[in-house]
Design a protein around this ligand. Structure first.
Ligand code: THU
Length: 130
C-alpha cells in the first residue's frame, strides 16, 4: 500500500474518534511489513488521564492480533499544522514497531514523513533491559 492510500485510511479512521472533552479528533493507520492495515482513533474517558491516543490504539490492536513487523504509520487530525505524536506514543511506537516511517498529515492532507528514530532519538528499548 502506498503512503497516499495509507494517509487516506488515517483520515477515515479519524471519523471514529471519540474525543468528547477535547474535541480534537485523531486517526491513525498502521501498515505491517506484509501490508496489513490496523486503524486507530483517540478515545477519551471522563477520567481524562485514561485517554488513549489514536497511534497507541492502532499499535495495541496490531500487537494483540499477533503482528510484530511494521513499515509505517500515518496520523491525521483536523489541525492546520502537521500532527506530532506525543511522547508516550513515540515510546510505544519506537519500542513495538521499530524504526518505521511516520507520516504526519495536516488538515490539507499534506504529508511530513520522518523516521521514528528521528522523532525519538536515543530511545529506551528492550536492549536496555539485557
Ligand atoms: N492525541 C492523539 O490521539 N494523538 C496525537 O498524536 C496527539 C494527541 C489525542 C489525545 C487526546 O484525545 C486529544 O488528542 C487531545 O490531546
Amino acid at each position: 500500500m502506498d503512503y497516499d492510500k495509507l494517509s487516506q485510511k488515517a483520515i477515515e479512521a479519524k471519523k471514529l474518534a471519540f474525543p468528547p472533552y477535547s474535541n480534537f479528533r485523531v486517526g491513525a493507520a498502521l501498515l505491517t511489513a506484509d501490508d496489513k492495515l490496523y486503524l486507530g482513533c483517540n478515545i477519551e474517558t471522563s477520567s481524562y488521564s485514561l485517554t488513549i491516543c489514536a497511534e497507541r490504539t492502532a499499535v495495541f490492536k496490531a500487537i494483540s492480533e499477533g503482528e510484530r513487523k511494521f513499515k509505517a504509520i500515518a496520523i491525521a487530525s483536523d489541525a492546520e499544522d502537521f500532527i506530532s505524536p506525543c511522547g508516550a506514543c513515540r515510546q510505544v511506537m519506537s519500542d513495538l514497531c521499530g524504526d518505521i516511517d511516520v507520516i504526519m498529515l495536516n488538515s490539507k492532507g499534506e504529508k511530513r514523513i520522518e523516521k521514528m528514530s528521528t522523532l525519538l532519538p536515543y530511545a529506551f528499548s528492550d536492549k536496555d533491559l539485557k
